[in-house]
Each structure stands twice: as C-alpha cells, then as structure tokens.
Design a protein around this ligand. Structure first.
Ligand SMILES: C[S@@+](CC[C@H](N)C(=O)[O-])C[C@H]1O[C@@H](n2cnc3c(N)ncnc32)[C@H](O)[C@@H]1O
Length: 360
C-alpha cells in the first residue's frame, strides 16, 4: 500500500490489536486506573525512555523534584536514583500506597515525601527545581491536566526550573478506515427492521478513541500530517485550544475523518509521538466526517479544530478543495452528539404530559 512519506506511524504492522487502555481510561470511572494500567505505563518503553532521559538531563545531586500525579511514584523513584535530595510525590489515588512500598523497597523512603491528595490543595515547604508529570489521556486535553500544571508551575517551580514534559504538539491528518468509521457511527439497523439514523446522526459528531477497536495504522493516513496547536507547559493555561492546518492528499482514497495524536517534547532533547509504532499507553482520537468522501492526490483539506481544555466538547470544520475546484465543507461538533440536557428532557416530558392531558 502507498504510504505518504511524511505520514505518521500509528502502530506496528501485525496482528489486529486492541490498544491498551492505560492512559485512555473510562472518563466516568471513579478510580482512574487499576494497578495493571500503572504497570503497563511503566513497561511502555517509548514513553518511559524519553522521561528517564529527561530526568537524567536535569536531576543532579541536591535537586528538589516534584512528581505531580505520581501514581506508583515511578518518576519519583527514578529522580532518587539520579541523586535528588528531596522528592515530593503527590497523588490523589490509593495507588500512593504502592508508591510508599516501592520507596521502601528501593531504599529511598527517607527522600520521598508523599502527599495523598489533589495537587491543587497541597502546600510544599519549598519550590522545586524540576516538576515532572504525565496527566494526559488519549490527548493532553484531558480532564484537569492543564489546570493542574498551570497551578503547580505557578506555585512551586523555582525561577529557571524545568518542567517535564516541556510541550506537546497536537497533530492531525485525514484517514481512510471504513471499518473504524462504521464502528464509530454505529449500525444503520437494529433487529427486525428497526432503523437507527437519528442515533447515527449524533454519532457522526462524536469523537472516538481508537482503543475501542483495531488501531489507526500508518497505511490509513492519506494526507500530510500537521500540527494545529502547541501546548507549551511553561505558559499553558486551562483555556480552550483552537488552531488550523492545511493538509495535502497524498493518494486516491476515501476519507473517513480526522485522526488526532500528539508529539511530546519531554525536554528540548528528547520526545515521543503518541502515533509511534511502539507506543501502547495512549490512543488516537478519531473525528468522523458526516460521510465518507472520495479524495484525489493533490486535493487540499483545510481543517479548523477547537476543544475545551478538558477535551470536551470538540469542534472540527473540514473544507476539501479538489484539484478540479470542487468543494465540500463540513462543520461538526461533539456538542451535537450529546443527548439533550436533563432540564430540557424534564420540560419536554412535562409538555408532552400536558398535551396528552389536554389532548392538544
Ligand atoms: C497517567 S497517571 C501517571 C502516573 C505516573 N506518573 C506514571 O507516569 O506512571 C496520572 C496520575 O495522576 C493522578 N492525578 C490526577 N489528577 C491529580 C491531581 N490533581 N493531584 C494529584 N494526582 C492527580 C491520577 O490519580 C493518576 O494516578
């Protein structure tokens, strides 16, 4: 298959795999991750490697390090191995107990101070030379990630201190994946002739993480890839993010929608891509088009994207300008996928009851 030269790698070719949910857990789950998820995050060399390299580059004997959202305390333990004088590990979940046990096992319990609670309610006795975290989900726009980083950086990073990661670039490309599209928008029919178009109309405006089916792979990318926004953690605030990108179709294909992933600069020197072949922790986000669209090599696809800082709702406008001048334009938002708010439902139910009672 013809793969564009600058197409991102999504995952290794091979048997069909369902992506590991690690950093892409259920948003509604009260306990964010289970211990298997934490173990897999540590085992994910493509993620851990650049984090360890970044810590090696900046942690010196005498450093003060803060590990925000420490989970098992893996970054705190690495910082101790590198000679940090004091490490603060802050974690809301009960997994902090595993961190304490690992600190004892590794003989560094006297250097790590654990805080069991929300980082925004913690008071450290000193500022840190290094703040390290990985609070992303499928993408960095996830829950209160940006708010947590902005708060902790402002209150506890020394002047000239280092943030790990330094920045994330949010990437986009058009993909061809008929099976993923059908999976994302759901079946057209239910049993014995029931039709489901109203549900599909909503689902065509819903974002979809590829962990729920076979992953997006390099061969399904049909355009150039581009960054549409950059999150610089030295300055980022928990505000809506918006940006645009101009993509060029690389081969004849049917476009089914947009794939989003991120490229991390863990420090200036090292990084990773959530589209990379080895990476298991993160997923990719699929934003379907309202309908599959035939594309030809050389067509231009202009995309506008925006999202709230916590990743919902999303908006995506796509304009396809064919080489022959024909145009197709889609304006979509995950807001349109959401069923009516309960207050509206109550009002609808009341008026329905009233009209039944009055016979109007
Ligand atoms: C993706 S895990 C990363 C765990 C570990 N740092 C690692 O890289 O393996 C993110 C962790 O941040 C914790 N967390 C999320 N928000 C937090 C907050 N406001 N304060 C402290 N911990 C938080 C979660 O409970 C979770 O354990």
């Amino acid at each position: 298959m013809d793969i564009p030269a600058d197409a991102p790698e999504f995952s290794a070719p091979g048997p069909l795999l369902v992506a590991c949910p690690c950093l892409a857990e259920d948003r509604t789950s009260p306990a964010m991750y289970d211990l298997h998820d934490y173990a897999r995050m540590i085992a994910d060399e493509a993620r851990m490697g650049p984090y360890v390299q970044a810590l090696q580059a900046v942690v010196t004997p005498g450093s003060v390090v803060a590990d925000v959202g420490s989970g098992t305390g893996i970054f705190a333990l690495v910082a101790c191995r590198l000679g940090a004088r004091r490490v603060y590990a802050i974690e809301t979940g009960d997994v902090i107990q595993v961190g304490r046990e690992l600190a004892r096992e590794n003989g560094v319990a006297d250097r790590i101070v654990f805080f069991h609670g929300d980082s925004r309610e913690v008071e450290l006795p000193e500022r840190a030379d290094v703040i390290v975290s990985d609070l992303r989900g499928v993408l960095p726009l996830y829950r209160e990630h940006l708010a947590i980083v902005a708060d902790f950086r402002t209150r506890f990073l020394k002047p000239g201190g280092v943030l790990i990661p330094a920045r994330d670039r949010l990437m986009v490309a058009v993909v061809e994946r008929p099976d993923l599209y059908e999976w994302a928008v759901g079946p057209a029919h239910g049993p014995i002739g029931v039709t489901l178009e109203s549900m599909r109309a909503r689902l065509r405006n819903a974002t979809f993480a590829d962990r729920e089916c076979d992953r997006l792979r390099p061969e399904c990318v049909v355009t150039t890839a581009a960054a549409w926004a950059t999150l610089d953690y030295a300055t980022v605030q928990p505000l809506p993010i918006a940006g645009c990108a101009e993509l060029r179709v690389q081969r004849q294909a049917i476009g089914h929608g947009l794939a989003l992933w991120f490229e991390a600069d863990v420090t200036g020197e090292c990084g990773f891509s959530s589209a990379s072949a080895q990476l298991n922790c993160y997923g990719r986000l699929f934003l379907p088009w309202p309908r599959p669209l035939a594309l030809s090599k050389g067509d231009q696809v202009d995309v506008d994207l925006w999202a709230q800082a916590d990743g919902e709702p999303w908006g995506w406008n796509s304009t396809v300008t064919a080489v022959d001048g024909a145009r197709a334009a889609f304006k979509q938002s995950s807001f349109l996928s959401m069923p009516s708010k309960p207050v509206a439902s109550v009002r609808d139910a009341r008026s329905a009851t009233l009209s039944q009672e009055t016979g109007s």
